[in-house]
Design a protein around this ligand. Structure first.
Ligand SMILES: [Fe+2]
Ligand SMILES: [Fe+2]
Length: 207
């Protein structure tokens, strides 16, 4: 069998769909490599800053790594702007949709809302509401998103910051996207992991 027998989905049988499931599993296994290739494309997007979008993403991930944050945070920081390529007006939601099946709920929420939270830094200069984030004050992850933006996102436009290369983060991306999607042990609903750990950070600074 090289292709399914049907031309309309409603005519497919068990054999067709078993065949497709196999293909899907194989294709899904390549997600991390496709994402890493997309990160390289980010290098060409949004000019005008002192760093490229890839440079910004690597810097955010490096800051997360240096702070001693866990792998969910580091990969989320790396991919938080990946939506810029295809969804310039809701890049945060787009990135969150990619991450959501594979990282903690906390991280997916922060990535989804980071666009609104970032407005606190520049909304007044572009005629947008700098206080848009206030709509989420009651959310359990409000402080996490505020910290993500303050320490890793808005701060990561410095061309002189010693930033780690994409190859350094590639194994983390592969590990996260090899997880079972929507595994409750990964999603850990409602759990808040710290974004910085001094002991881990000290160990990482010597490695
Ligand atoms: Fe962003
Ligand atoms: Fe960003």
């Amino acid at each position: 069998m090289e292709t399914v027998k049907f031309t309309q989905m409603k005519d497919g049988d068990r054999e067709d769909y078993a065949f497709l499931t196999e293909h899907e599993i194989e294709y899904a296994a390549g997600t991390s490599d496709r994402l890493l290739a997309a990160m390289v494309d980010l290098d060409k997007s949004l000019s005008g800053y002192k760093v490229t979008r890839l440079g910004h993403s690597l810097q955010a991930a490096t800051r997360a790594w240096n702070a001693g944050a866990d792998i969910d945070w580091v990969v989320s920081a790396l991919l938080h702007d990946i939506g810029d390529i295809y969804a310039p007006y809701n890049h945060d939601e787009y990135a969150a949709a990619i991450l959501r099946p594979f990282v903690r709920e906390q991280c997916a929420w922060v990535v989804e809302k980071h666009g609104d939270f970032q407005l606190v830094y520049y909304g007044e200069h572009v005629g947008a509401n700098p206080h848009k984030r206030d709509a989420f004050r009651d959310n359990a992850y409000f402080d996490d998103c505020a910290e993500f933006c303050e320490k890793w996102d808005q701060a990561s436009f410095d061309p002189d910051y010693p930033t780690r290369p994409l190859e350094f983060f590639a194994p983390f991306v592969r590990e996260v996207f090899a997880r079972k999607s929507y595994d409750p042990a990964v999603i850990r609903t409602g759990e808040r992991m710290v974004m910085s750990d001094d002991l881990i950070a000290a160990k990482r600074s010597t490695s």
